[in-house]
Design a protein around this ligand. Structure first.
Ligand code: ADP
Length: 195
């Protein structure tokens, strides 16, 4: 059996947060979402939250060093020893290098990267629905446009790196939550990653 050290990548509105949580539950591993960590800190008014609020609301990226430190800290906790699912990190090539250095040092590289593919119109539709339902401060038109553009210029290129390593599974993200989840489970099983 291959350890589930997973990363889920997809554009805003692809449903990666929702699927990430389901996968993590199915495998009994923690879902580590940098966006969730930041939002929780903003909500609680912590020092970190105060530091990142304006950046997040504008749709910009939090500095790599800060984000990297948070992720390393989380992955070093006991419950991540058997595996983890990363959502939202790494998000650019510099963060890939940082994560590689950390995971290589522990002799525990990523074992699969799930690429959730969703057409642009579908993800924009889902985002505007989410804006109405959840009222996230960064789900306004300007911040959404910026996040999608950063996704295309900085995040999508990280898939090339992981593709070269042969660990990317592209999964069609259009369908019901159950259908998409099942596709992910099948793709992971083909790599010997089973719950
Ligand atoms: P979305 O994918 O919809 O943009 P996330 O919850 O993944 O939402 O991220 C929300 C915000 O949190 C990002 O726009 C960014 O400001 C910050 N953030 C999350 N992950 C990272 C990261 N790996 N590096 C830098 N900033 C991040």
């Amino acid at each position: 059996m291959t350890a589930p050290r997973l990363l889920i990548v997809g554009p805003q509105g692809s449903g990666k947060g929702t699927q990430g949580v389901r996968i993590a539950e199915a495998f009994g591993i923690p879902a580590v979402s940098t966006g969730d960590v930041f939002r929780a800190n903003v909500k609680d008014g912590t020092e970190l939250g105060l530091q990142v609020k304006a950046i997040i609301d504008a749709g910009d990226l939090v500095p790599d060093e800060l984000t990297g430190a948070i992720v390393r800290d989380r992955l070093a906790q006991d419950d991540a020893a058997a595996g983890f699912l990363l959502d939202g990190y790494p998000r650019n090539l510099g963060q890939v290098a940082d994560l590689d250095a950390f995971l290589d040092g522990r002799d525990s590289p990523l074992t699969a990267v799930i690429e959730l593919a969703v057409p642009r119109e579908e993800s924009i539709q889902r985002l505007s629905r989410r804006a109405a339902e959840q009222g996230r401060a960064d789900d306004n038109e300007e911040a959404i446009a910026k996040r999608l553009s950063i996704y295309e210029s900085e995040t999508a290129p990280i898939l090339g790196v992981y593709r070269e390593r042969g660990i990317v599974d592209a999964v069609d993200g259009v369908g019901t939550l159950d259908e998409v989840f099942e596709r992910i489970v099948v793709a992971l099983a083909a790599r010997g990653i089973t719950a």
